[in-house]
Design a protein around this ligand. Sequence first.
Ligand SMILES: Cc1cn([C@H]2C[C@H](O)[C@@H](COP(=O)(O)OP(=O)(O)OP(=O)(O)O)O2)c(=O)[nH]c1=O
Length: 632
Amino acid sequence: MALNPVLGKLVSKRVVLASASPRRQEILTNVGLRFEVVPSWFKETLEKSSFAAPYEYAVETAKQKALEVANRMHVKHLRTPDIVIGADTIVSVDEQILEKPVDKQDAYRMLSRLSGKEHSVFTGVAIIHCSSKGNQLETEITDFYEETKVKFSDLSEELLWEYIHSGEPMDKAGGYGIQALGGMLVEYVHGDFLNVVGFPLNHFCKKLAELYYPPPKHTVQHIKHDSIPSVDTFENLSDGESESSNFTEHKGANKLDSSRMCPSRPVYNCENSSSVRTGFTVPLENQNGASESAAKLPSKILDLMDGFKASKALFVASKLKMFDYLKTKGPLKAVDVANEVGTSVCGTERLLDACVALGLLEKTSQGYSNTDSANTYLTSDGEYSLHGYIIHSNDHLWPLFTNLESAVREGSRQNHRAFGRKAEDLFKDYYHSQEVKQRFMAAMHSIAHLTARDVATAFDLSQFKSTCDLGGCTGALAHELIQIYPNMKVTVFDLPEVIANISYFQPSEQCAAPVTFVSGDFFKDNLPEADLYILSRVLHDWPDEKIHVLLSKISAVCKPGSALLVAEIVLDEQKTHPARAVLQSLSMTEGKQRSGSEYKQLLEKYGFTDVQIKITGTLLDAVLCFKKNLSP
Ligand SMILES: Cc1cn([C@H]2C[C@H](O)[C@@H](COP(=O)(O)OP(=O)(O)OP(=O)(O)O)O2)c(=O)[nH]c1=O
């Protein structure tokens, strides 16, 4: 995800960088922008003398580079991108434009002109919004330039040639690369460093912000390039439900939907920039300047207000297996998805658009397709599929959380309200209903598989020859342990009903040393022998009495020197973070989440010592402790 909310606006768009420059690719990749690279075939041969100023040449070249790619993609590949970005960097000294040197002599000429002097580096950038109407390519061009002043030291002949022989100058404007060896030649830089390297990122973000969130009409002539607006709040208002006229402008503005635009006219004129738009201007709603008095929006609160809608959209799209269909058959139009799934076309279209807005899907003229993370996490057969847990969240947690108010009032689980039966009866369902059992196991498997590597590598466990994962369910963690510690023998101990259903979840490739599954109840039955016991996502679910039984048993069976690894989310000492754990507590199980010192205290009470806590920063943290020599 792009850190900058403005760049986030491009997440669902097909963005093409019309440049072969590895620097430009790196600058944009580093800020999380997803784009294709299609180098431009436009030859940089515009007549320099026909431009009044050097930057005009750079801007025009950037524009031509981007237009060539947009046209080629439209005509040859029948794939119209949404946005094409072109750029051109030149060096200007003594009214002369220097581009890339053609050979070493040329590099020498350029560098000796720059020696001991200040020069300007201009990068022209063109952002082209493309659309296809009746097979015609329509473009809306926005361009700008950025200037950076650079001063070189006096360069000796020897240094100059040594630098030229390094090969660095050859693919760079002015014959130097400030980001590498060329940095040694530079006395000072005034302005945007990245502009010298080939892409003025800051100005680009400001330009996007203007494009996607134009200012109210009366300020149109006075835009200052001194801040990149934080606009994530506006995004949150575009749910079609806000009636407030204060927000109307932003609502329309972030769509960039040409069907809602009024006839062509320039939008705003800023220093260093221009917007030439064919068939593209201000959204109609923008013209009343309504947001003048809009207060600073509380983005976090607005996010929270909308959070449940976003969760439910994800749940429903997952439940309807839309991500599965799109993985195998996408891109698909809404009508095709609706036919596959058996849903209404209009409802499906709204849900798919919502998924695009949430960054789960991409939408192009060919239809909807999965993002990479939807393929990995949201399809039911994805490598780290969370599908099982999402369905569990929808079918089980959602109804419970719908009754949160009663849960807080009464301080207890709300199974009776959510499902019309008590928690104990539901537990019986677990034993009797294959569907409920499978759903629960799929949910546990989802999370265990996703977190297995972090848990398995939180500590070096190579000293342990045998490990028993208590309540290890489908063996996701066990399989990971064997991958990482090939000499380790791993046993999964879980209820007979669980062990009876594990086959579906086993990895297709057979491990050299397979996991052993043993059925039993860890509160009642003898535990298998092991050097290392694991309790992953177990302790937070049980009340103190049950934990007492379990830890006493483990402590009794542990030989001195053997260990217990607990994987849980470890709360901070204030017990308010991470939010994930605190929110999980709201489901009001009889168990609880604990802080690091609480885990330490608990484990020491049962004869474990040398308690080490590893906050992984991911979904699960790890606590490792060793059985001390004397029994507790
Ligand atoms: C001055 C300077 C330029 N450059 C680079 C940036 C640009 O890649 C290059 C100028 O050439 P450009 O013609 O702007 O770009 P390019 O040929 O690399 O790629 P394309 O035309 O496909 O977009 O010089 C540096 O990397 N460091 C520097 O210090």
